[in-house]
Write a protein that binds this ligand. Structure first.
Ligand code: SF4
Length: 362
């Protein structure tokens, strides 16, 4: 199946205006399986279908196990409930001093600016509210959030999140950045966006000029599979880094059937580094409703991680973490390296499985 690309294909607004929201539009790109067809019909009320034509064009038209398809098209298994599934596993709504702001850790706050995303990822932690326009914070609520940041001096970092904060217009983004930069105790601004992956044409020259003006900006994007590292994404990252002077990092989610192998993650991490993106976190999949089929057992995750650390250059290795259900924050999920602690020495096992004894400093 070959996709005929519209003359406006490279325009991010065209991509959003032509977002795929039903199976009929999706069938221009791929042959849907019976399972996908039934799941699209039944899952829409729980979590919308939404895919940019660009992201759909990366899908294998016939392979239902294609890693791009699995991330964006529901399967019937998504409708099964698991007893541990939660609406808000990270308790983000519980620690919300003003609408649209989660302030859980002392020095940083998460600010949800939009409920829209270019693609609605089937494993999304925030599917309780993402894709639902009702409840998206409005301009008055942005003012309340800014007032809260101004008067809370313990906050050193604001993380712009969503949905996708880059769904906002340039004017709105510029206004938000300029207001944040005026607050003396805010040390850094971070943006969480999947647009470099799902809508790379959103990274326009104008947007990069704005980022450059408010240097330094840190961006955490979200590539999960090497197939997502396309020429378009590579060029978007290049614009962010060179024109926007943005420091770009990546967080992946460890997803069963998508990237749960050392080879795939190695390939992804090397590609990211070559594009100018530092792999930052590899997340254990949260306990959100309808995502348990994506979850990789932690023991397997540790084995995969052990195959990365030491064998791959350190700068290509993200930290494997779990964000604790209930809002406990992130903890590293590390393989056991310390084998024995003696009075004056400790014994460690290295990445090859060899044992070494070193002084414990006492
Ligand atoms: S881009 Fe992020 S917030 Fe949006 S659906 Fe995907 S995982 Fe959720």
């Amino acid at each position: 199946m070959s996709v005929r690309k519209d003359k406006d294909w490279g325009n991010w607004k065209w991509q959003l205006q032509n977002k795929i929201r039903n199976k009929e539009s999706l069938e221009a790109y791929i042959v849907l399986s019976n399972d996908e067809i039934s799941a699209i019909d039944q899952a829409d009320s729980l979590f919308e279908l939404g895919i940019t034509p660009y992201y759909a064009s990366l899908m294998d038209p016939r392979n239902t196990e294609c890693p791009i398809r699995l991330q964006a098209i529901p399967k019937l298994i998504e409708l099964q409930t698991n007893e541990r599934d939660q609406q808000d596993p990270l308790a983000e709504e519980k620690y919300m001093p003003v609408k649209g702001v989660t302030h859980r850790y002392p020095d940083r706050a998460l600010w949800y600016l939009s409920h829209n995303c270019a693609v609605y990822c089937r494993f999304c932690t925030r599917k309780r509210k993402v894709s639902k326009p009702l409840g998206t914070p409005n301009r008055n609520e942005w003012d309340s959030a800014l007032d809260y940041f101004r008067k809370t001096e313990a906050i050193r970092e604001i993380i712009l999140s969503g949905g996708d904060p880059l769904s906002l217009s340039e004017d709105h983004l510029e206004w938000i950045l300029s207001e944040l930069k005026r607050i003396p105790h805010i040390n850094q601004i971070r943006i969480h966006s999947r647009h470099p992956v799902t809508l790379p044409m959103r990274i326009t020259d104008t947007l990069c000029e704005i980022f450059n003006k408010y240097f330094p900006i840190y961006m955490v994007t979200h590539f999960n599979h090497p197939k997502e590292c396309t020429t378009e994404s590579e060029q978007a990252i290049l614009r962010l880094v060179k024109q926007g002077a943005v420091s770009v990092m990546n967080q992946s989610v460890l997803l069963k059937g998508i990237n749960d192998s050392p080879e795939i993650l190695q390939n992804l991490n090397y590609k990211l580094i070559s594009m100018g993106v530092k792999p930052y976190y590899l997340h254990q999949c949260d306990e959100t409703f309808g995502v348990s089929h994506f979850r990789v057992p932690i023991q397997k995750g540790k084995e995969i991680y052990q195959n990365l650390r030491g064998k791959q250059s350190g700068i290509t290795v993200p930290l494997y973490v779990a964000d604790l259900t209930g809002g406990g924050g992130k903890v590293p999920l590390l393989p056991e390296y310390e084998v024995e602690t003696k009075e004056f020495t400790n014994i460690y096992r290295n990445y090859k499985g060899d044992y070494y004894e070193i002084s414990n400093g006492i």
